[in-house]
Design a protein. Structure first.
Ligand SMILES: Cc1cc2nc3c(=O)[nH]c(=O)nc-3n(C[C@H](O)[C@H](O)[C@H](O)COP(=O)(O)OP(=O)(O)OC[C@H]3O[C@@H](n4cnc5c(N)ncnc54)[C@H](O)[C@@H]3O)c2cc1C
Lengths: 358, 474
């Protein structure tokens, strides 16, 4: 088994994520897969042999004004279509759980399940565990083209030459779209730049995966507050090229919102910021697809929540590739659901490069 | 050069550029973080002040006066109408570029004790000078250990230096400048320690030291800074045999080398290349100092502003200024000499990272931080696995993420250089084959309350993503 990456191991989204596992109350069709991932997370440190900082202490979606509260209540209806134990709690209930939460929090959705981990450590843990089992990761080896012959996968062309194999897994996030296009396959993904930051370490404040006031905020094992949020900037990518991921002054707005959300953060210091690229599908769900033609090709992309999903997605992709079928619940996640998505869908959604919105 | 100009760094070179640009009719803002608040100094940026900051620094007014008086160029800038911002940190710079096209006019983020401001401009001149290179040794966390630049600043700029008896590590020009300033203020230099075979600044400097009866110990390094709450002495060790000697002192000035302060151009994404003469990655610049980013200039040192000054004055033949001459003795070799001597004689059990308390051995062995209470199932190597000719051999970001060395509140200012050279030495890799740990905004840790915005526009509020209903459709 050979893994090729255009850059270094875990240098893109997988090391830039906030690190939540989402059980997908908002998109119940992928909730079963997320719940499979959750089971795997519980044994991941032991299985991989390297620390991931997995913290299973529940998750909160909080509302900070009446409009958000109404929207969250509506969304709660969707959440309840899953078999995950979600509850709707008052602001006071949430504050009891998370005393640092501001008085302006009016309530929200809670589940004691779900959790978070350290993306950098986790992605590297997967890479090391793969090496330990005899796998090879070849870094700085961009794939420029997928090669097929007679309706079958044949290999890839890289900067260093051709590599042949009749089994290919394409997991290049939003680059999937570009690499599949020459084969006449439309994988609708829109890349978008998103900003994140950490503060200096604080004393232990909370362990839940928190979402509210337009931010995701978790406290790391070290004590830093790790958060992301903001308007999205849609971008375009180029095959085999590392995308620029600059930060902007929007980090100031993130920090102000952080203080609004948890006033105690006034006492922290802004330490480091970065940005990452998310691969958004039209319905913002995970895609896992095995092609009949070219035979031997499987692709996947996770629409902005692939960090938490990764353990289950990995099993699904490898089983599809090696056995042709998988025990993972992915029936509703194939590319077929996009058959009616037109090629100008990004323009219609206002998700084209340069646009700065939702 | 055009339009509104921001010059960051009120060094002699920075001030000269600001004055010339002002005289040529530009609107100029000059930013410098000095005089720094004591709290900001505790991050050891830009210089390595160490933990022993004199309490006289708390007297803001007299400090401000001393700093201004110590810089006639700065006073000249003030007098000629340059918008001078002292005690102000430039924490970030934002401009339109690939994958970020909504910034508008280039802007820098400024912050001082009262709050923050976003300043639009057209041209940015980076004259941020140098920072201290201070490698680890046992006890280097103690108050009384500091870098050469910081020592000179405490003596001459802030005028609060309290040391009476100093040991000096290194014999470069930097060390000699520290020694001259220290002697002038009545501080005794009890020993000068040099890892190399000879006085690095040359035979004249050696003679100058000898004339003053200052003991110079060649082929020695410091083994340990002694003291419980502050430095009370040092144990030095010979690199030929293991003979040691102890010396009483209250200060250890680590004056081995300075490195260019590249955090701003690096974080902005200027194209960089490795310069062994300076032992650092530096921005690629043209004859006038313009980086790969249009209208962003980097002044390597005070002397390199000549061509830029000429072009501001409208002289067209800026190319007549020769490119910077290569240094005869590369700083890289000297730094390597010191680090290998310190690591060989001091061993693996010395903290390389003060913020996160990580030893050299833990760092090079990629050990997870001790608070996780979990090791690696199998030993791992940091060497990149690739056939690509131009691939880096080691990613320092990988080491940083796994070990937390350079992840702490000093943002790597204390440890990143030693860490990268240590990797080069241990794994037999050229320093330019190590992809340097990325620099990120903010350039200094900043209180959240100071930097949080108070001007979120309707537009931003409207388009702010509200997880999890980011799917909200029009
Ligand atoms: C700021 C931020 C916060 C996030 N928060 C969360 C969260 O809390 N929870 C969550 O579940 N998810 C989160 N995500 C999303 C999550 O990071 C991604 O869904 C997930 O990491 C995707 O993994 P991936 O392997 O598909 O993509 P990536 O990690 O981006 O990996 C794709 C890889 O493909 C390589 N590649 C691309 N093109 C080529 C080529 N031509 N040849 C060879 N290699 C190529 C790239 O170099 C890269 O290494 C967040 C993302 C961001 C940016």
């Amino acid at each position: 088994m050979l893994v090729l990456d255009a850059g270094a191991t875990a240098y893109e989204a997988s090391s830039r994520a906030t690190g939540y596992l989402s059980l997908r109350g908002e998109t119940p069709a992928e909730s079963p897969l997320a719940q499979e991932a959750e089971k795997l997370w519980d044994g991941l440190d032991e299985e991989l042999g390297y620390p991931t900082e997995w913290t299973q202490k529940g998750r909160i979606w909080a509302a900070f004004n009446e409009r958000e509260l109404d929207e969250l209540k509506q969304l709660y209806g969707t959440f309840r279509k899953t078999n995950v134990p979600f509850e709707f709690l008052s602001g006071d209930d949430l504050r009891e759980m998370m005393p640092c939460l501001s008085e302006s929090c009016l309530g929200g959705i809670w589940t004691h399940r779900s959790g978070h981990a350290n993306p950098q450590r986790t992605s590297q843990a997967f890479a090391w565990a793969f090496n330990d089992r005899g796998g090879e990761i070849r870094e700085y080896t961009p794939v420029l083209e997928i090669l097929t012959e007679g309706g079958k996968a044949k290999g890839v062309r890289t900067l260093q030459g051709e590599l042949h194999s009749d089994k290919l897994a394409l997991c290049a996030a939003a680059h999937n779209t570009l690499l599949l296009e020459p084969l006449g396959i439309h994988f609708p993904l829109a890349p978008v730049r998103l900003e994140a930051l950490v503060t200096t370490p604080m004393p232990p404040l909370f362990e839940q995966a928190f979402i509210g006031n337009g931010l995701s905020i978790r406290q790391t094992k070290r004590g830093n507050l790790h958060m992301n949020g903001g308007p999205y900037e849609w971008v375009d990518l180029e095959i085999g090229k590392e995308a620029a991921k600059p930060n902007t002054q929007i980090v100031r707005n993130i920090l102000r919102r952080a203080i609004e959300t948890m006033p105690v953060l006034k006492g922290a210091q802004f330490l480091r910021s970065w940005a990452g690229i998310v691969d958004m599908a039209p319905d913002q769900m995970t895609t896992i697809h095995k092609f009949d033609s070219p035979e031997g090709l499987v692709t996947a992309a996770c629409s902005g929540h692939g960090f938490g999903m990764a353990p289950a997605v990995g099993i699904a992709v490898s089983e599809l590739l090696l056995k042709g079928e998988t025990r993972m619940p992915i029936d509703q996640l194939s590319l077929d659901r996009f058959n009616k998505v037109s090629t100008d869908w990004r323009a219609k959604r206002r998700w084209e490069a340069g646009q700065y919105n939702t | 050069m055009q339009g509104k100009i921001v010059v960051v760094g009120a060094s002699a070179g920075g001030c000269r550029v600001a004055l010339a640009a002002q005289a040529a009719g530009h609107d100029v803002t000059l930013v410098d973080e000095h005089p720094q608040a004591m709290k900001d100094m505790s991050f050891d940026a830009p210089w390595f002040y160490g933990a022993g900051l004199p309490s006289a620094l708390l007297n803001d007014n007299s400090i401000a006066q001393a700093v201004l008086e110590g810089s006639p160029e700065l006073i000249e800038c003030l007098e000629s109408g340059v918008d001078v911002r002292v005690s102000t940190v430039l924490w970030g710079a934002f401009r339109n570029g690939p994958n970020s096209v909504n910034v508008g006019r280039p802007r820098v983020g400024l912050v001082n004790r009262d709050g923050n401001e976003i300043l639009e401009h057209d041209t940015l001149v980076i004259a941020t000078g140098v920072r201290d290179f201070v490698p680890s040794f046992k006890g280097w966390e103690l108050p009384g250990v500091f870098g050469g630049k910081a020592g000179i600043a405490m003596l001459d700029l802030y005028q609060v230096f309290e040391g009476r008896k100093a040991v000096v590590l290194g014999t470069s020009e930097l060390a000699l400048r520290f020694i001259r300033s220290a002697l002038a203020r009545g501080t005794e230099i009890v020993a000068v320690i040099e890892a190399g075979q000879e006085v690095y600044a040359g035979p004249e400097a050696a003679a100058w030291l000898a004339e003053r009866g200052i003991p110079v110990h060649l082929r020695h390094v410091v083994h340990e800074a002694l003291g419980k709450t502050e430095v009370s002495g040092a144990i030095c060790v010979s690199l030929d045999g293991d003979a040691t000697f102890a010396v009483d002192c209250d200060s250890i000035a680590v004056a081995i080398a300075t490195l260019p302060n590249i955090e701003l151009p690096a974080a902005m994404g200027c194209k960089m290349h490795y310069d062994p003469g300076l032992a650092s990655w530096v921005p690629e610049v043209d004859a006038r100092g313009e980086t790969s980013l249009e209208s962003v200039y980097w002044l390597r040192d005070d002397a390199s502003s000549e061509a830029l000054l000429a072009s501001i004055k409208g002289e067209t033949n800026a190319d007549r200024f020769p490119p910077h001459a290569a240094q005869t003795q590369p700083t890289l070799d000297y730094i390597k000499t010191w680090i290998s001597a310190l690591h060989e004689s001091g061993g693996d059990d010395v903290n390389i990272c003060q913020c996160e308390t990580v030893t050299r051995g833990e760092f090079c062995g990629i050990a997870p931080p001790s608070y996780l209470g979990q090791g690696l199932r199998h030993a791992q190597s940091p060497i990149v696995h690739s056939d690509a000719a131009r691939a880096p051999r080691i990613n320092q970001d990988f080491m940083k993420r796994m070990t937390r060395v350079s992840m702490g509140h000093c943002q790597g200012k204390r440890c990143r250089d030693e860490a990268s050279i240590a990797l080069a030495l241990r794994f037999g890799v050229d320093p330019d084959a190590i992809r340097p740990a990325s620099y990120r905004f903010p350039l200094r840790p900043i209180d959240l309350a100071l930097i949080a915005d108070d001007d979120e526009s309707e537009d931003i509020r409207l388009h702010w993503q509200m997880w999890p209903y980011e799917t909200r459709q029009d």
